[in-house]
Design a protein around this ligand. Sequence first.
Ligand code: FAD
Length: 461
Amino acid sequence: MQAMENRKAIVIGAGISGLTAAAKLRKIGFDVTVLECRERAGGVIGTFEENGFKAESGSNTVMVNSKKTLDFLCSEGLSEKIQQTAPAAKKRFFARYGKPRAVPMGPFSLLFTRLFTLSGKIRLLLEPFVKKFPPQADPSVAEFAARRLGQEGLDYAIDPFMAGVYGGDPSRLSVRHAFAPFWNLEQKYGSIIKGAIKSMKEKAASGNFFKPMMVSFDGGMKTLVDTLAKNLGSSLITNAKVISIDLTGTSWQVSWATDKEESFDDFDALVVAVPAPQVCQLPLPGTMAAQLSPLSGIVYAPVSTYTLGFKRKQVSHKLDGFGVLLPGKENMSILGSLFVSSLFKGRAPEGFVTLTNYVGGMRHPEYAQLPQQEMEKLVMADIKKLLGVRGEPAFRKLYYWEHAIPQYNLGYETFLETLDEAEAKFPNVAFVGSYRGGVGVSACIENAISAAVKLERGMQM
Ligand SMILES: Cc1cc2nc3c(=O)[nH]c(=O)nc-3n(C[C@H](O)[C@H](O)[C@H](O)COP(=O)(O)OP(=O)(O)OC[C@H]3O[C@@H](n4cnc5c(N)ncnc54)[C@H](O)[C@@H]3O)c2cc1C
């Protein structure tokens, strides 16, 4: 068996998934090369800063929900840079009747909230008595939520939540894939409410309880990806175009070009860490490309983030929470608005606030690509109504992502099977990214670590 330190791995794509896989492979002892086609690593994650305002290009936060993720961040030298969200972040708003309504966190607040009508509240409380879906069922999120929580529960709780996570359409998203924790609770305990309470008690009793934390980093989310990129040093090659990927026996031959030179090398392992549409465009060996061609069917929601800064006095809402998400029934244009400067220090200058507004998704894909002036009109109309915002912004930053969030729609298992089959058929290859195993940053980190470990184990056999 070849010594692990002599083994070479190539990672294509340097978003958080590729950067994490590369970091883990290096720790395991691989000599790693990372190819990124853009000028900078980080993929959709990045932070823009101007005159004391910060705007995230994609993710604003990471929900660290396992010790594995936290240990990884610390092992990369990020422990001193982690910023936890302010206590206000616990309060979340969904809109109803054109205004943000605090999401009830317990039976008492449920009693008084205007988010649901009286009959809607009673229906929510009946959830533990609703019969569970048969194990072989494959309902959409909308079907699942309407049956378990009632129509109002779907319209004013699940629909805005799905807009926030996926920019997604609950009638197309698969509950098994897009809402897995809730499906699992229902299947195991017969009810989401009962299951949530019981599983929390079980975890506490087992002593195996990690309290999830919502974090960002000093300097914003770019600190996460910049640190991982810096740790990779010269192993990370940006502005790289992959020219060919061939397979001889168990060895991957990859050639690539930068504006300075063309390079070629043999690798023992290949990690593909680009989004699904780009997987299909890579110059992979013919049989592999043919096998992976169904991945072009994965739907991505386009999303724009439009971050605006205002003087505090221009906004009448207290901004005492995480942000507000919009149910489709409210007929507004944006998907939600995040109260960024209420979450973390240093996101706006003294006396100012920053709001990041999400536009597009599967609800209004056509809005995601609007030119900035039209985008501003649309966003301002909504946040004026919702948050009482007046006057001209002091700061503006717009980002557009054509392939922002993969949609874990009904039938998604066929894509996952395709990936499993390709990994089983071709030697020492792993596919990582937000289109597999979870769209959140935390899931991308966990899955990339697992993929690196699996590659190593596979090569030891
Ligand atoms: C607007 C928005 C807001 C979000 N908000 C949150 C949030 O608050 N919390 C959260 O947990 N998650 C959030 N997410 C989701 C999360 O940020 C992403 O799912 C995650 O960052 C995706 O990482 P990735 O590495 O899988 O893909 P990407 O970030 O897309 O990275 C893929 C990389 O591959 C590179 N690449 C593509 N083709 C090639 C090629 N041929 N050769 C070489 N390189 C290539 C790309 O340039 C890119 O750098 C958000 C996403 C978006 C878009």
